[in-house]
Design a protein around this ligand. Sequence first.
Ligand SMILES: Nc1ncnc2c1ncn2[C@@H]1O[C@H](COP(=O)(O)OP(=O)(O)OP(=O)(O)O)[C@@H](O)[C@H]1O
Length: 267
Amino acid sequence: MAPRHERPSTPAPYTPHPAVELRSVRRSYGRGDRAVHALRGIDLALARGSFTAVMGPSGSGKSTFLQCAAGLDRPTSGEVLLGGEEITRLSENRLTQLRRSRIGFVFQSFNLLPSLTVQQNVLLPQRLAGERQDRGRARQLLAQVGLAEQAGRRPGQLSGGQQQRVAIARALITGPEVLFADEPTGALDTRTAAEVLTLLRQAVDTMGATVVMVTHDPLAASHADRVLFLADGALADEIVRPDPQRVAERMITLTARSAGRRAEAAA
Ligand SMILES: Nc1ncnc2c1ncn2[C@@H]1O[C@H](COP(=O)(O)OP(=O)(O)OP(=O)(O)O)[C@@H](O)[C@H]1O
């Protein structure tokens, strides 16, 4: 069998399982009258090799959804499956291991280590997972994100867009089953954001990656195959093959509806 770090160059092998599946996932904070129901029962399957954007008004549960789906947080009830394996009941150690080797993360604030070089940052997940550090693969990924010449630099010497491209290379180094991106273009200007989104799209189309991205930006969401809309902790809508105009219109409707419901509840 090919080692895990070689997998991104070939599409993920076919298995009947979705990359990620949520079954009746609920997440509440606090108890009793004061409980906040951030997720109210999410059922969802995301196919391997798909690019999904998750949108919704502020407070609709997007971050909670991402954290539960990525094994960073445990649902109050329900199940999360990664490649068919139920992960919600894994021990903390197993979950940490799984996140390091089978999941990639890209954050709004890049989260690169300033004291390491670009190449060392890309290799960090393999180092943390106790795997062999594959420098050839790191160079290949850096070339794919257009940063072959910057491998020896420190993150502080790069622009924001370049730093996010390093973060994408880092997220792909272990050949993860799913790459979760939380507002990956939130700190970037429009042109740089488009470059980063094109890279995520390429990871899906040419490396067989599965990407799940939370965003506020209809233009960013339009790079995905499908946009899921959350409202008040539930899946409220979806658009397949989105265009920015339709996504923006749907967001306006949902935000107005959600604000109306909150006003009613407060009255
Ligand atoms: N640790 C927590 N303790 C209590 N309530 C929380 C906690 N985290 C989130 N919530 C609440 O859960 C709900 C969903 O929050 P979440 O951050 O998932 O929404 P979001 O859609 O990501 O919002 P935004 O777009 O503003 O970042 C909100 O009502 C929020 O106040």
